[in-house]
Design a protein around this ligand. Structure first.
Ligand SMILES: Cc1cc2nc3c(=O)[nH]c(=O)nc-3n(C[C@H](O)[C@H](O)[C@H](O)COP(=O)(O)OP(=O)(O)OC[C@H]3O[C@@H](n4cnc5c(N)ncnc54)[C@H](O)[C@@H]3O)c2cc1C
Length: 406
């Protein structure tokens, strides 16, 4: 696979082709179609699928973004767009359970590369007028007795936080795009994207056909690093690393109701100062299968989509339970009901990348969401579509451009 700087004669022509229909690509395709563009979306699998970064039942969403203020307009728009998509499609996408960000009072714990993430979150909520409360341990216990606290914690509570269902959100956006006339090709792999420069049409070569488009958006998620052609690779590739991450659903026998949406908020719990002293979690999104869903993050070992170990060992679930869940959720048992492996595509500063390629000005790279992308994806798709078509609206994406390399 490569993005290169020359094009040969092409078949059908589109205003835009979106390569990869995960969180970012499905949103972009949908928003382009909503704006009347003639669009084609291509994916090597059949989204929503479990091969990339956008599976596993739920993703946290919160409005006060400790990762940086540039993300707040994206997530605000995403919540509004998900509600519009729910009304159009009848699917349930966004469940607002309330959300807690928790840390010991004296901690300045780092999260997603940002020091003192809890206080950054509180400050962001204050700047943007986002409804919230700051609770002490007694206040958290009174509301959520499921958490066994040390007593020195403070918690940021945001009532509009919750979770979005990734598979449903992708399916809804692809349904809407198709209904508006977008072509969606699944099971077709893009092998090359060729931009002649100087405003010429971009050619997209797949394993079965060749197309041309005025502009192309590459939203290939963890496949992005091996997708980039040589000049872009030289400039960008060292910035992208892919990491295996695991989600666990633990049984809460006899206490299922306490781990249902409405009774348990989504949470980010930094119980110590080290990066690994951390977990985040959810109530089960499936009422038929009550559980506590938890995960942490590892940045020690990189992987690739081709070599990812998708099975999760019983030893991994035992270690997760022993190191993080035991003693912090007394009602939760060691039995893992379900486990799933997934991939983060991460930049060193943990920020997104949304930019045209240095040697291919009509090819956008929109991805590398560094493990916090889903909550922003609908707003990101809207902003990319507006910019691509030269239309007003959409959040400002300038913070996500790559610094120019001399
Ligand atoms: C375990 C885990 C937990 C997470 N938790 C959260 C959370 O709580 N909150 C949050 O906001 N974010 C979270 N994230 C991050 C979020 O899920 C990702 O940022 C987001 O899903 C990335 O979407 P994407 O579109 O970039 O990639 P993907 O969804 O992987 O999509 C890429 C697509 O490109 C396609 N593709 C690749 N190469 C080709 C090719 N050559 N031809 C055609 N198609 C191709 C793939 O098939 C795939 O469908 C989490 C991620 C993981 C893994």
């Amino acid at each position: 696979m490569a993005v290169t700087g020359h094009a040969t004669q092409s078949g059908r022509h589109y205003d835009a082709i979106v390569v990869g229909l995960g969180a970012v690509g499905a949103a972009t395709l949908c928003q382009l179609a909503l704006r009347g563009a003639r669009v084609l979306g291509i994916d090597r699998f059949a989204p929503p699928h479990d091969r990339g970064s956008s599976h596993g039942e739920s993703r946290i969403t919160r409005l006060a973004i400790g990762e940086g203020d540039s993300y707040v307009p994206l997530v605000q728009r995403s919540h509004a767009i998900w509600r519009e998509l729910e009304a159009r499609t009848g699917r349930t996408l966004l469940t607002q359970t309330g959300g807690l960000v928790l840390a010991p009072r004296d901690s300045a714990a780092n999260h997603h590369g940002k020091p003192d993430f809890l206080r950054r979150t509180i400050a962001c909520a204050e700047r943007y007028g986002i409804r919230h409360e700051v609770l002490d341990a007694a206040g958290i216990r009174a509301r959520y007795p499921q958490f066994a606290l040390q007593g020195d914690e403070i918690g940021y509570f945001e009532p509009e936080a919750g979770f979005v269902r990734p598979e449903e959100a992708i399916a809804a956006q692809l349904d809407v795009a198709r209904a508006l006339g977008a072509e969606v090709h699944v099971g077709e792999r893009v092998d090359a994207v060729e931009d002649p420069g100087h405003g010429g049409a971009v050619a997209v070569q797949t394993d079965t056909a060749r197309y041309s488009a005025t502009q192309v958006v590459v939203a290939a998620g963890p496949w992005l690093p091996d997708f980039l052609g040589a000049p872009a690779r030289a400039a960008w590739q060292p910035d992208f690393e892919v990491y295996r991450q695991v989600m666990y659903w633990f049984d809460a026998p006899g206490a299922a109701a306490d781990f249902a949406p409405g009774r348990l908020p989504i949470f980010i719990w930094m119980y110590g100062d080290a990066q690994e002293d951390y977990m985040y979690g959810f109530p089960s999104a499936d009422p038929a299968r009550p559980a506590l869903k938890v995960a942490t993050e590892q940045y020690a070992v990189t992987t690739t989509p081709g070599t990812l170990r998708r099975e999760v060992g019983a030893d991994e679930a035992s270690a997760m339970y022993a190191s993080r869940v035991a003693g912090r959720f007394p009602q939760v048992a060691p039995r893992a009901l379900q486990t799933r492996a997934c991939m983060y595509t991460v930049t060193p500063d943990r920020h997104f990348v949304v930019d045209t390629l240095p040697d291919a000005p009509n090819v956008w790279i929109a991805s590398a969401c560094s493990g916090h992308g889903f909550k922003h994806s609908a707003g990101l798709g809207e902003a990319i579509a507006a910019q691509l078509l030269g239309r007003p609206g959409g959040a400002d994406l300038s913070a996500f451009r790559r610094p120019s390399r001399g």
